[in-house]
Design a protein around this ligand. Structure first.
Ligand code: ADP
Ligand code: MG
Length: 280
C-alpha cells in the first residue's frame, strides 16, 4: 500500500524541493519504491534529480491537462535505484488557468495516480509556492501533507492560511487528508532565533512537528548543481545525516500508523481533530 504525501507551503524557499529529493533518495536506497511528482513549473525537483526538462517531449503538464496516462512519463532517476520521477515543465505555469474550465479540475492528479499508485511504497508530490489549483490537486491526491517550515522570523505567518486550505480540501475533496508533519528546516545553531522558532512551532503544533530538525548546511544547496542528492554528494554532512534520520522517522511513524489504524491508510480518518491554528 503506497503512502502519498504532498510537500506544501505557499512560501517559496522553505525547503520543499530539497526535502522531497533527499528524503526520496534515502527511502529508495533502503529498497523502497519511490515516485516523485514535480508539480512546480519551476522544475527544481526535476533538474535537481538530473533531468533536463528541455529534452523532454512531455511532462506532468500533459498528464494533468491532457489526461495522458501517468505511466508514460515516469522515468527512473538512476539505474539500480527504485526512484522514479514524473518531470515538470515550464508549460505547467499555464495549467493553473487552463484547469479552471476543465472537468474535475481539482482531482485530475488523483485520477491519474489511481492506476499506478500501488506500484510504489511512497509517492511524493513537490508543490509550487502557491495555494492554487496545482497544490489543490496535490492535496486531493494525498494521504498526508508534509509542511517544511524555515527556522526564521515570522515562520508561522502563512501557516494558518495553509491549514485553512488543507481543511477546505479535507471537507470537500479528500476527507482522509492528514497533516503528516511539520518539518523545521535551515536551523542555524549559532543563533538563538532558530531555537526560538522551533520552540514556538512546537508550542502551536505539538506532536505534529517532526523530531528531526534539518540544519542549514551548504552541502544541501550544492548537491543539485552536481545532479546529485545529499546521499551520494555528502552523506556524512549534517544535512545528509538529518535527511537519513528523517527517512527513519517517517518510516517508523508510518509503520506505527499502519498497525494502529489501518483505516487511516485507506483514507477515512474524518474524525481526526483538525490542527489548532488559532492565533497563529
Ligand atoms: P522550496 O522548494 O520550498 O522553494 P528549496 O528546497 O528549493 O525550497 O530551497 C530553497 C533554497 O535553499 C535552495 O537553494 C536550497 O538549495 C536551499 N536549501 C534548502 N534547504 C537547505 C538547508 N537545510 N541548508 C542550506 N540550504 C538549503
Ligand atoms: Mg521547490
Amino acid at each position: 500500500m503506497s503512502r502519498i504525501y504532498a510537500f506544501a507551503n505557499q512560501k517559496g524557499g522553505v525547503g520543499k524541493t530539497t526535502t522531497v529529493i533527499n528524503l526520496s533518495a534515502y527511502l529508495a536506497s533502503a529498497g523502497l519504491r519511490v515516485l516523485v511528482i514535480d508539480v512546480d513549473p519551476q522544475t527544481n525537483a526535476t533538474t535537481s534529480l538530473g533531468i533536463n526538462h528541455r529534452k523532454l517531449a512531455q511532462s506532468i503538464y500533459d498528464v494533468i491537462v491532457s489526461e495522458v496516462p501517468l505511466a508514460e512519463h515516469t522515468r527512473q532517476v538512476k539505474p539500480n535505484l527504485p526512484l522514479h520521477i514524473i518531470p515538470s515543465s515550464p508549460a505547467l505555469s499555464g495549467a493553473e488557468i487552463e484547469l479552471v474550465d476543465l472537468h474535475g479540475r481539482e482531482t485530475r492528479l488523483r485520477a491519474a495516480l489511481r492506476p499506478v499508485r500501488d506500484q510504489y511504497d511512497y509517492i511524493f508530490i513537490d508543490c509550487p509556492p502557491s495555494l492554487g489549483l496545482l497544490t489543490v490537486n496535490a492535496l486531493s491526491a494525498a494521504h498526508g501533507v508534509i509542511v517544511p517550515v524555515q527556522c526564521e522570523y515570522l515562520a508561522l505567518e502563512g501557516l494558518s492560511q495553509l491549514m485553512t486550505t488543507i481543511n477546505l480540501v479535507r471537507r470537500s475533496l479528500n476527507p482522509g487528508l492528514d497533516v503528516r508533519g511539520l518539518l523545521m528546516t535551515m536551523y542555524d545553531s549559532r543563533t538563538n532565533l532558530s531555537q526560538q522558532v522551533v520552540d514556538e512551532v512546537r508550542k502551536h503544533f505539538g506532536r505534529l512537528v517532526f523530531q528531526v530538525v534539518v540544519p542549514r548546511n551548504v552541502r544541501l544547496s550544492e548537491a543539485p548543481s552536481y545532479g546529485q542528492t545529499i546521499l551520494t554528494y555528502a552523506p556524512k554532512s549534517p544535512g545528509g545525516l538529518a535527511y537519513q534520520a528523517l527517512a527513519m522517522e517517517l518510516i517508523a511513524g508510518d509503520n506505527t500508523k499502519r498497525e494502529a489504524d489501518p483505516q487511516s491508510i485507506s483514507g477515512s480518518n474524518e474524525t481526526d481533530p483538525e490542527p489548532k491554528v488559532e492565533g497563529v
